[in-house]
Design a protein around this ligand. Structure first.
Ligand code: 1CP
Length: 366
């Protein structure tokens, strides 16, 4: 592949800016919709394309990432695309080995055990060198999208990445990682700071490569209580948004940022005042109370229970209508409260997208 052919310039003109307008709280004809994990195993074409290929090898191929990002957009009129990649490319860039083990998920053969292990991490990560493959994937995909919809870049948040680096994989209790918070608070802050520095550079690189919005996934907010969230998650989430925005402003750019702290209800007020344009919500929060608690200061994204996609299509339509009435159609991006599962029926995903578009157009006419 000739890398010169995918330079981040002269991108095709954007034809559907509904998602970007909703991020900024502007009026739209319909409520924009996309799904977390829309590029995923629920699509037969995804399973076929990924078959027999190593997951992180796939992540390192810009052409493969581009194809997987575009697949769901060929089927459904989503209003945004999200680049195919993974949050765990950052620990890899910092020098850790991460493998995708079938049936088990991401696995670190040598997780961090003690504070001394921080010395094993790269102190200064050159994101262009270590994560340039993601930037190339973004540039290529932005060209291939041909302006159909905006392209979202993303990262894991510091606490969520720290949790994986210490647990060595997925976990229900996160007790090894939380042990660090209670036993080694200084080392924990040191690691969170190291991650924050890489994340800021990584997000800026994604924008330079062509990302038109950025989502920060704090997927493991829920295992922290309000006190630990205040100390170990929120300050870093704020730092990331502030630093990215300050840098972008210097070059006259404005890219909306979304923070998604799964199961972090207790942080909703704070998250709505953390320099992000959009707060993502899981399905355990009622739309009206989320609006009240965020005081109309930010746009909201979410939050249908992904499992509602197992319901018959008529029921999905009713659930979507209620959700839209709860959030209102302004400053709102419809999504699920978490990612799609592999056993979900693509037809029902289509029904979800259609229900959002149809009901929101009706509500806007009222
Ligand atoms: O082989 C496969 O296809 C494995 C499944 C898979 C996929 C499709 C993994 C493994 N990652 C991905 C892609 C991915 N990961 C995307 C692609 C874009 C899209 O949404 O369409 C994104 C945004 C992510 C982000 C991600 N990875 C998160 C944050 C979102 C969330 O789910 O909370 C997390 C926590 C991960 C880690 C991860 N990667 C894969 C799995 C199965 C997991 C979760 C592991 C666990 O905690 O148990």
């Amino acid at each position: 592949e000739n890398d010169d052919l995918i330079l981040p310039k002269d991108f095709p003109k954007l034809k559907n800016d509904t998602f970007l307008r909703a991020c900024q709280g502007q009026e739209t004809n319909h409520v924009p919709v996309w799904c977390m994990r829309q590029a995923g195993r629920y699509l037969p074409e995804f399973r076929e394309f990924r078959a027999g290929k190593d997951f992180f090898e796939t992540c390192r191929s810009p052409a493969a990432c581009c194809e997987l990002t575009l697949q769901p957009l060929r089927r459904f009129p989503f209003d945004a695309a999200i680049i195919f990649s993974d949050i765990l490319v950052i620990p890899q860039a910092m020098g850790m080995d991460v493998q995708m083990v079938a049936g088990k998920g991401p696995t670190f053969p040598e997780p961090l055990k003690e504070p001394e292990d921080l010395l094993l991490l790269q102190p200064k990560v050159d994101v262009n060198k270590e994560l340039g493959y993601v930037f190339k994937a973004i540039t290529l995909t932005r060209h291939k999208l041909d302006g159909k919809v905006p392209l979202i870049g993303f990262t894991g948040a510091p606490w969520t990445l720290m949790a994986y680096m210490i647990e060595g994989g997925g976990s229900t209790t996160h007790s090894k990682a939380k042990r660090w918070l209670y036993r080694h608070p200084e080392a924990s802050h040191k690691l969170l700071k190291m991650l924050t520095d890489v994340i800021v550079e990584y997000l800026l690189g994604q924008v330079a490569a062509g990302a038109q919005a950025l989502q920060v996934f704090e997927s493991h907010a829920g295992c922290l209580g309000p006190v630990e969230f205040q100390e170990f998650s929120l300050p870093y989430l704020r730092d990331i948004a502030r630093k990215v925005k300050d840098q972008l402003k210097e070059s006259g750019q404005d890219v909306p940022m979304i923070v998604f702290a799964k199961d972090g209800h207790y942080g909703l007020e704070d998250l709505s005042q953390s320099h992000y344009e959009v707060v993502g919500l899981d399905w355990t929060i009622d739309p009206r109370s989320a609006r009240e608690r965020t005081g109309g200061k930010v746009s909201l994204q979410g939050n249908m229970d992904p499992c509602a996609l197992y319901a018959p299509k008529e029921r999905i339509s009713e659930i979507v209508k209620k959700m839209l009435e709860g959030f209102g159609t302004r400053g709102y991006i419809a999504n699920l409260g978490h990612g799609l599962y592999p056993d979900m029926d693509p037809e029902n995903v289509g029904a979800f997208v259609e229900a959002v578009h149809t009901h929101s157009r009706h509500l806007n006419l009222k």
